[in-house]
Design a protein around this ligand. Sequence first.
Ligand code: C5P
Length: 218
Amino acid sequence: MAIRRRRRVIVTAGPTREHIDPVRYISNESSGKMGFAIARAAQARGDQVTLIAGPVDLETPPGLLRVDVISARDMQKAVREAFDQADALFMCAAVGDWRPRRRLAGKWRKKDHSEDSASLELVANPDIVAQVARTKGERLVVAFALETTSLSAAASLRRARAKMKRKRTDYIVLNDASALSADRASVTILGRDGSCRRLSRRAKEKIAEVLVDLDGLD
Ligand code: C5P
């Protein structure tokens, strides 16, 4: 029987939240289920897991370190701190690409606008996985990609491959919007070695087991 080394694994999960004012924010539909399943699977495999979670309504799996964050910049800080000591990163969180340029100290009031419309200026959030993957060395980095448009399967795969190359990750896991909040998903795992593995309508627990067994590509 092969002896596995106890890896130090970071898993990010759930959405991020970008506040407009103290009571309003921009976020997305991510439930965190896939990330939590990966964290559980890694732990069952014997890995030491740090789970960095956006705002989700999920129980912390026993025995792992959970770091709760709100915004993309909070998540960036937590990932960077943990990545130094890590062997693998599963960047499963649905990180918001944009945040309001200013977070208002008080409520954004309708009466402050003279017309029937208002606009919100957004600025780009840092691309967390692209940043850390630049210095990853032999560490395993897995990103995720969600396609919601009616692209052909071939076009989705092309886009995901381009994303993996741009972000310099080892793998990218392509899924579609039907995976959001669901217990099952259909995913395609693309590797920078050209590998391609399709898992159709599988329980997220089963997908997680495959993901935590991925080998590094260096
Ligand atoms: O570019 P896109 O948002 O589709 O990329 C998705 C992948 O990149 C996911 O792994 C997500 O966690 C990560 N990401 C990130 N920082 C961002 C946006 C996405 O790490 N600002």
